[in-house]
Write a protein that binds this ligand. Structure first.
Ligand code: HEC
Length: 131
């Protein structure tokens, strides 16, 4: 039931955004609380933990070793040149900082661990400051 809703929701959003994405990508590996945020802020339409959709797989974002704070910044001000071959992500400034940080912490926890290794602490390497 919940899954069906998620699928329909994602499909609708992807259709609205008129991207030809594979909306059938599994949402199974998303923890319930993160799934709720992903639905609420529509990230689910374009992102999956382990799979490229419209946007990059979060595990590939995790591999970039951003700090959680840097990811929050990128949610508010995406840098499309970080992801050649993808359409640009719209700035998601409607996400409250607190929720953005929760998503960022989870995204970082996906680093190289299949199935979403939530146990692993987020990578804390200093972010490459470009600006
Ligand atoms: C309409 C599709 C879409 C939605 C909705 C969307 N994204 Fe993205 N996202 C993308 C695309 C495409 C990229 C790669 C291009 C870019 O960064 O602009 C991306 C990139 C990212 C990155 C990597 C940034 C970087 O520079 O490395 C993060 C983190 C991210 N998204 C998180 C989120 C979160 C969290 C949400 C929900 C609050 C969200 N996205 C909603 C499409 C989307």
């Amino acid at each position: 039931m919940k899954k069906t809703f998620g699928f329909l929701f994602a499909t609708a959003l992807v259709t609205v955004a008129s991207y030809n994405a594979n909306a059938q990508a599994s949402t199974d590996e998303i923890p319930a609380d993160m799934n709720a945020l992903m639905q609420k802020y529509t990230c689910i339409a374009c992102h999956r933990p382990n799979q490229r959709l419209v946007g990059p797989a979060y595990k590939d974002v995790a591999k970039k070793n951003y700090t959680n704070e840097k990811i929050v910044e990128l949610i508010y001000n995406p840098v499309p040149s970080n992801w050649p071959g993808y359409p640009p992500m719209a700035p998601m400034k409607q996400v409250p900082k607190e929720d953005a940080l929760k998503l960022a912490t989870w995204i970082n926890s996906l680093d190289g661990t299949p199935g979403g290794g939530a146990k692993k602490p987020a990578a804390k390497k200093p972010a490459t400051k470009k600006s």
